[in-house]
Design a protein around this ligand. Sequence first.
Ligand SMILES: Nc1ncnc2c1ncn2[C@@H]1O[C@H](COP(=O)(O)OP(=O)(O)O)[C@@H](O)[C@H]1O
Ligand SMILES: [Mg+2]
Length: 263
Amino acid sequence: MAGTLIAFSGKGGSGKTTLAAMLVRELVRTGAKPVLAIDADPNATLAMALGASCPGTIADLRDEMFAVAQEPSAIPKDRLMDQWLAELLGEEIGYDLLTMGHPEGPRCYCYINGLLRRYLRLLRDNYPVVVVDCEAGMEYLSRLTVENVDTLVLTTEPTAVGLTTVRRIAALADALPIQVHRRVVAINKVSDADAAAIDPSALPPAQAVVHIPFDEDIARCWAQGDPIDDPDHPLRPAIVELAHQCLSLNSQSTDQPQEEPTI
Ligand SMILES: Nc1ncnc2c1ncn2[C@@H]1O[C@H](COP(=O)(O)OP(=O)(O)O)[C@@H](O)[C@H]1O
Ligand SMILES: [Mg+2]
C-alpha cells in the first residue's frame, strides 16, 4: 500500500524545511518508520536541517545520464536510472533521504521533475510515510511533481503575504487534477498575540490549523548550520500536534473546511 504522503508548501522562508525536518524526526521517534524524506526544493537544505548525509542528487544523476546517453549501452536507460536511485538515497537511522537538487546552468527542470515523479512512484510503497519538502511557490503543483497528496501542509508565517500565498496554493491545488485528501495550515513563528489576532477568514479552507511558536533556538541552529534534533525541544508539543493532524486521514476533524474568504 502506498505510504502516506505529506507535502510542505508555502512561501520561501515560512519554515517548510524546518517543520519537515522536525516532523521526520518526530515520526521516527514515534515509530512511523522508515520515513522517506524528499527534498524537492532545488535550493536543497533538508539534509542540513536533519543533519543527514546526501550522497547525490537527482540533478547529478541527470548529468551522468546525459554522458552515458552519448555511449552505446546494452542496458536500457530506464533500468540504469532505477539502479542509480539506490545510490542517491541517503540512509539514516529510521529514515532515508532523497534530494532533487538543481541542474547546472540554464537547463530546464522538466527532466529532473520527471525523474522525481518516477522515483516517488517507485519508492512510495516501501515507506509508511513520505515527507516532501517542496520548493516555495506553486510550481511543483502545476508541474504535477506531486500528484496524490494525503496531507498538504500549508505553511505560513502570521503575515498577510504568507496567508495570501497559502490561500493561492490551496486554490491552485483545487484547480489542478491532483488529489489532496487533507489540508493542514501550519502557522509558524507565531506568538500568543499573533495567534489571537489572526482572522480565521484569512486562512485557506483546511481540516486543521496548528500553531508553531517562534523559537530563538531554531534561528540559532540554522545560523550555525546545526541540525534541529533535540527531543526535548520546546517546539516538540507543537510538532507532535502537527504529526497528529498530518496523519489523521480517516478521523473526523473538529475543524470543518471553511468557506473560501472573500478578499
Ligand atoms: N518556529 C520558528 N521559530 C524561529 N525561527 C524559525 C522557525 N521556523 C523556521 N524558522 C527560521 O526561518 C528561516 C526559514 O526557515 P526555512 O525552514 O528554511 O523556510 P523555508 O523552507 O520555507 O524556506 C530559518 O532561518 C529558520 O531558522
Ligand atoms: Mg526550504
